[in-house]
Design a protein around this ligand. Structure first.
Ligand code: HEC
Length: 202
């Protein structure tokens, strides 16, 4: 029986000396019987890296990466280009709904600078933004549809692109509405049917 007490006491002393007094704060590193993955060689977000040439630990996606679910197989729909050149025509359904949607988006995103009529007379002019393009210019009327789409998507010169604010479909809807504005600004009696011209005495 004596031995049993002795083993018990030795056991308790052993436990206490290995585990130490629990529950008190200490700045010393804890005893690590199994360190597992407590410490790993790793980079912290935004930290400096001696490994990469640009010194950044945060890496950008590899050039040409396409986020899952965003790949568009139709090149013209996605870029406005057929091969190397900008194409003509609309890869979306052209109807009154598309124009109405285009007008709605145009009035939200473009009117401030280009004006409701597309003539470059938006509110920002009052505040000193003087180089805004007149979308009804002959120069821009001669742009192909794909070229206009490219400006909306990627921006141009001082203008910011709208790739992150307008969906692919909406960018084309806006281009369609810009076409309508160009027609409206440069229309003539020749655009009317002969019957309508006669009716108006033109
Ligand atoms: C913050 C002001 C601003 C907004 C908003 C804006 N634009 Fe522009 N846009 C400009 C300026 C400035 C230019 C002239 C860019 C240059 O030549 O440096 C321009 C030029 C253009 C051009 C002619 C580009 C060329 O090749 O000459 C088109 C087309 C155009 N914008 C369409 C749009 C459409 C469509 C929208 C709405 C989706 C829009 N813009 C929204 C400021 C704006």
């Amino acid at each position: 029986m004596r031995y049993v007490y002795l083993i018990f006491i030795l056991g308790v002393v052993g436990m206490v000396s290995i585990l130490g007094p629990r529950g008190s704060k200490s700045t010393k590193p804890p005893l690590e019987v199994f360190p597992d993955m407590d410490r790993m060689p790793k980079y912290h977000p935004q930290a400096e890296s001696g490994f990469f040439a640009d010194g950044r630990t945060d890496r950008l996606p590899v050039d040409g990466s396409i986020a899952r679910g965003t790949y568009i197989a139709d090149e013209y729909l996605a870029t406005g280009k057929r091969g190397e050149t900008f194409g003509k025509g609309f890869p979306i359904e052209v109807d009154n709904d598309a124009i109405a949607r285009g007008e709605d988006r145009y009035n939200i995103y473009c009117t401030v600078c280009h004006g409701g009529a597309g003539d470059g007379d938006g509110i920002t002019k009052k505040y000193g933004m003087l180089t805004v393009a007149n979308l009804t210019d002959a120069r821009l009327s001669e742009y192909t549809d794909g070229q206009l789409y490219d400006v909306v998507k990627n921006g141009k010169g001082l203008m910011y692109g709208y790739a992150d604010r307008l969906s692919v479909e909406d960018r084309w809807n806006v281009v369609l509405y810009v076409r309508a504005l160009q027609r409206a600004a440069n229309g003539s009696a020749k655009d009317l049917t002969p019957a309508k011209r006669e009716e108006l005495g033109l």
